[in-house]
Design a protein around this ligand. Structure first.
Ligand code: NAD
Ligand code: MG
Length: 395
């Protein structure tokens, strides 16, 4: 039988790389594509759906259903629109599902896909930060497999293969440091969206690129490491590594460290998850160590990048704090992208939101119920919006 696949967030950066690997592996001759989803880029979504002969294409934007139908006319491919339609597309079983929607909007489709007890390739880190325990518990209940699709977490996963996790002493994920790695605080204050969007090593969607500049991406990834692998927060470190060649290292109690190296190309982590447990040949560049010459590492600066410090708090508190942190971060990022707050205001707003929320509710409260998580996500967005517009002030 043909292996079936679905891609949520097919038109994004991770989605395109996934599509590329699927097409190279034989496309519709090898895979039966169930669902592809996107949002604004209807032409591309329809084109991908035709290429892979998908059963259904779904746009998150209800206003684009007419356009999607028109773009698919004569193909026999179903069209649907809106967040509910995306969640329903995840109810259609697929052997392998790529979860690559950006933001907490990716959480529900991930949870719905896990119910089939198959494999979820999880790129959507915001969902994991929002409701890590819920996702992992759901995978367990339904005997589904979650495979991390973040370069650092795929690296940790690979370094842990065949190892006893009880012998692990530390986990180090690396950070490129982003475009502002060496910028002084004064210059960070006036950093623009255009400057923040340009990542030195990786080509990614706009939101994650800006999160890399503020190191909110690394903050999410510290929490992600905690959620995926369950290590104590003080065993998890982030180190700046400007070349983005070493993605993560695992240190064991005998002093050995297993490092994962590769070129900065997400098709490695995606391809690893697509072929797991096999290691198939992948179209990624091979490293030339002599040409690279040297790999350097430095301490991250949590004064200039306070997101890292905030992540530490969330890793300790757990419960609903991840949902609050991620939601406040998404609002702060929206406001920065809209030119309404400055670059450094993002971390300030997230911190203020967390401190305001913790005066209202215990952020450590249990997060094993989806309704509670979504309520916290909603509340944090509301409070962040109010704090930003000065409707409430932080005592
Ligand atoms: P992107 O912005 O390029 O693509 C996002 C995708 O989600 C698009 O298909 C878009 O149409 C869809 N989308 C956007 N808003 C939506 C909504 N509200 N509902 C449903 N669909 C929506 O993002 P990306 O860079 O591909 O990142 C996707 C996810 O993977 C993110 O969670 C990101 O943090 C993670 N990730 C990305 C990379 C990378 O190299 N790009 C690396 C590691 C992890
Ligand atoms: Mg990463």
């Amino acid at each position: 039988m043909m292996r079936s696949i679905s891609i949520f967030g097919a038109t994004g950066s991770i989605g395109e790389s996934t599509f590329d690997l699927i097409v190279r592996a034989g496309g519709a001759d090898v895979f039966r594509t169930v669902a592809l989803t996107g949002c604004g880029n209807i032409t591309r979504l329809a084109e991908m759906a035709r290429t892979l002969r998908a059963e259904i294409a779904v746009t998150a934007d209800p206003g684009r259903l007419f356009d999607l139908r028109a773009a698919l006319v004569g193909s026999g491919i179903e069209a649907a629109a809106g967040p509910d339609a995306i969640a329903e597309a995840a109810d259609r079983p697929a052997d392998w599902t790529m979860s690559a929607i950006v933001g907490a909007a990716g959480l529900v489709p991930s949870l719905r896909a896990l119910r089939h007890g198959r494999t979820l390739a999880l790129a959507n880190k915001e969902g994991l930060v929002t409701a890590g325990s819920l996702l992992l518990a759901s995978a367990k209940v339904h005997s589904a497999t979650i495979l991390p699709v973040d370069s650092e977490h795929s690296a940790v996963f690979q370094a842990l293969m065949g190892e006893d996790t009880a012998t692990v002493e530390r986990v180090i994920i690396t950070a490129s440091g982003g475009p502002f790695r060496d910028w002084p605080l004064e210059r960070l204050k006036v950093a623009t969206v255009a400057e923040a969007k340009v990542h030195p090593n990786w080509s990614m969607g706009n939101r994650i690129s800006i999160d890399s500049a503020s190191m909110f991406n690394k903050a999410l990834e510290l929490i992600e490491t905690r959620e995926y692998f369950g290590f104590d927060p003080d065993m998890i470190e982030a180190v700046v590594h400007p070349q983005s060649i070493v993605h993560a290292l695992v240190g064991f109690r005998d002093g050995a460290m297993m490092a994962h190296l590769g070129p900065p190309d997400m098709r490695h982590a995606i391809g690893f998850a697509l072929n797991f447990p096999d290691r198939a040949a992948l179209p990624v560049a091979r490293l030339d160590l002599v040409q690279l010459g040297s790999l350097t590492f430095q301490e991250p600066d949590s004064k200039r990048f306070p997101a890292l410090r905030l992540a530490r708090e969330v890793m300790q508190i757990r419960g609903l704090s991840g949902a609050a942190f991620n939601a406040a971060k998404e609002i702060a990022l929206d406001l920065f992208m809209a030119g309404r707050i400055g670059f450094l205001d993002m971390a300030c707003l997230v911190e203020k939101t967390l401190s305001h929320l913790s005066s209202e509710i215990n952020l450590g409260n249990d997060a094993s119920n989806l309704e509670d998580v979504l309520e916290m996500d909603h509340l944090a967005r509301q409070r962040a919006g109010e704090l930003a517009s000065g409707k409430i002030t932080n005592r």
